[in-house]
Design a protein around this ligand. Structure first.
Ligand code: AMP
Length: 140
């Protein structure tokens, strides 16, 4: 399995399609998932191309996990979550649908069920509001 640079996250990285960005540094980008399984569902990706964790350069993972942790703190604060679920899928058999490495950051609270994976497209105004909340938490 090889990396296909036409995947949707590569297009987001190149600025060819829009996204609701919350964080960016030299190595990573974070933006709202358009089909959120929970309010505040955020994706964190490396800028370096890799299909998933299995073919990623180990040297890139430190910066990526640092961004995952940073975004997890901000999402927890912005959505007043009791916990944070991190998910990461490798290959279709494991549930992967977009083939550029990404980590899901999902706020969780007791009694609030997750919505379906790749389920319903969220309203863009709502995603913009959620992104602003995460950005504000990152800046606080
Ligand atoms: P995975 O199954 O781990 O590959 O998940 C891919 C995720 O990307 C799903 O949660 C989708 O809702 C999400 N997604 C698909 N297209 C976009 C997009 N254009 N912008 C943001 N998230 C997206």
């Amino acid at each position: 399995m090889s990396y296909d640079s036409n995947n949707i996250f590569a297009k987001i990285l190149r600025g060819e399609i829009p996204s609701h960005k919350v964080y960016e540094d030299d190595n990573t980008l974070a933006f709202m998932d358009v089909m959120p399984q929970a309010d505040g569902h955020t994706l964190v990706i490396p800028k370096a191309p890799s299909r998933n964790l299995l073919d990623a350069d180990p040297a890139a993972l430190g910066a990526l996990m640092a961004s995952v942790q940073k975004v997890a703190h901000a999402v927890r604060k912005a959505f007043d979550a009791e916990g944070i679920l991190i998910q990461q899928f490798n290959e279709p058999a494991a549930g992967q649908t977009v083939f550029h490495l990404h980590f899901h950051v999902l706020p969780r609270s007791t009694g609030v069920p997750l919505r379906a994976h790749s389920g319903k497209m969220a309203d863009h105004a709502l995603l913009a509001d959620h992104a602003a909340r995460v950005r504000a938490a990152l800046e606080a």
